[in-house]
Write a protein that binds this ligand. Sequence first.
Ligand SMILES: C[S@@+](CC[C@H](N)C(=O)[O-])C[C@H]1O[C@@H](n2cnc3c(N)ncnc32)[C@H](O)[C@@H]1O
Length: 435
Amino acid sequence: MSLSKIENLLYAAMGLNTASIGSSGVLRAVEQRMLDCKITNISDYTKILITDQKELKQLVEEVVVAETWFFRDTLPFKMLTKFVQQEWLIQNPDKQIRILSLPCATGEEPYSIAITLIEAGLMPSQLKIDAFDISERNIKRCKTAHYRENSFRGVEQSIRDRFFNYDQRFYYPDILIKAMVNFEVASILDEKFINTQIPYDIVFCRNLLIYFDRETQSQAAAMLSKLLNDSGLLFVGHAEASIFAKNWFVSQRYEKSFIVRKINDAVLLNKKNKKTSAITSEKIIKKNSVRQKNKRERRKVVRATGPVPSTPKPLLMATAKVPKSTTNNALLKAKQLADSGKLIESETICMKYLENNKTDKEVYYLLAIIQLAIGNEQKSLQYFKNVIYLDPEHYDALMYLATMLGEQGDELGAKRFRERASRLKNRVDLNRGSQ
Ligand SMILES: C[S@@+](CC[C@H](N)C(=O)[O-])C[C@H]1O[C@@H](n2cnc3c(N)ncnc32)[C@H](O)[C@@H]1O
């Protein structure tokens, strides 16, 4: 009873949908706070929470999932470069680009944006990056900006060498990069605060709406609509594009990196901007219809004669977890092909590899990602299930399954996988804490 009251308080304070992390996740945070406050009875703790905003904030700090890393998902940052070089700099040579990262967690995302923009050719004076998060503790860590190896999963060595310093314990961003980001504590649901912000050209809002229920997702989408100017781009997490399609934004699946625009603007762009740059709505729509046609053609031929040489395709969300250190050349090659958009070639290699490696979870994971990129969700689901059959603790596969089943309306199935992922994460957090 007390726990469900606490869950309601968290929902009101930060929009947290308990199902996203499971009641066990909330309970773990509550137990930690009770320990810190030396309170043994949960009813007593609930009473304090009702009257003491400070304690509620402390509980929010305990419950937030701040999982993030530099250049997470890779492709959004490649798309940002493409947008800046092919659209922004041409159309706005003298204007400053304004970017928001919300939520920024511990800072890896906004610093990655800063590095991307500098690499794309902007001068520091040509950009302004704001970064908000509800957690005061996270914002403090953003400002301190001390990172461990773990924050650099898959980041090119040359980027780390050029933009970070190392003091034997931590990596920290170069002072110039650090100075480019302004951090602030703020909730996406705080309408008063949001109303005071000048709309941005680009907003990154990734991996937050998955923690909200539908009503709160709509509320957040409305806030994002205020935060984004009419021609702006909104970068969302893999699992989140469909949420925006249902609300204020049109999903463009912009080369599969999950970028959306405001719906009015997308319609306007189609009418007005027939000839312009590489990434207008119209081009994407055309590309999509060609892609659909190619897909139909490909299906026909694949059934009859096996895979045909692929036509140019979108880049794949390069999340496949083939370790860089793997000695397996075939899998590495398959991942590189997938990363460069050659999905059919990549799939062919995977299938061949699979013949002699039926228990390698990584090949199933890559196949699942490929099928998702092609738009074959059922096959993708099956491959993700193979992954967790071989490795029940594969966090990413569990999260994909939860999200995909949720999108298909299988709430129960989604909940099951989300809870498994959440239990796994809690365990990893606990282990980390005790190290
Ligand atoms: C999983 S991290 C996402 C970080 C980053 N965007 C990424 O994709 O790597 C989720 C973050 O959302 C923050 N958060 C949770 N509820 C929030 C809210 N209502 N407003 C702003 N931030 C919130 C948490 O503190 C946490 O740092």
